[in-house]
Every structure is written in C-alpha cells, then in structure tokens.
Write a protein of this length. Structure first.
Length: 96
C-alpha cells in the first residue's frame, strides 16, 4: 500500500558533506519534501509500505560550501533551515 513516511536525518551522524549517509527505506521510495519538524531535519517520501527495505544514500551541503561536481551530481531533493534560519542545508541523492 502506498503511504507517506517521515525519516528523521541525524545531523550528528552527518559530519562531512563529501561523505554519503544512508537511510533505510522501502525500495523505490520517492522523496517529496524536505524540511525541519520540531527543530530536526526530516524528509518525507511516498513509499510502498509492503516493499522490501533498502539503504538509500544521500549527501548534504551547506549554503556557501563548495560542491564537488561528481559528489553532488545527484538530484537536489530539497532544503531545510536550522538555528532559526542561521544555517541552510541542501539534500541531494548521492551519486557514486
């Protein structure tokens, strides 16, 4: 059955934008929104809740940070703010 799930992003585990981080989600999940909720960055995706799970890989870049062309060649999925807008981050599909 198709439904929308929320996945919290742990910024303490995402400490180097040149590295990928992973999220366990149903196969073929479609990211539809990225934002913060209660001060925590999250992504929302349309998923088939009956599908097998897979690890999806993402990268985050802060505004003003250099982007490696290969590392950030994936699709931009959305952006979110932390610290009342003092920090803005951008979420990308990771490309190996």
């Amino acid at each position: 059955m198709k439904t929308i799930w929320k996945f919290e992003l742990d910024m303490e585990e995402i400490n180097d934008a040149s590295e990928t981080f992973e999220v366990l989600m149903p196969k073929k999940a479609e990211v539809i929104y990225v934002d913060t909720q209660y001060g925590k960055p999250c992504l929302w995706a349309v998923v088939d809740s009956d599908a097998d799970k897979e690890l999806r890989y993402f990268r985050i870049a802060g505004t003003g940070h250099p982007l490696d062309k290969k590392a950030f060649a994936g699709k931009h999925l959305g952006s979110f703010q932390l610290l009342g807008g003092g920090l803005v981050f951008h979420l990308f599909d990771a490309v190996s």
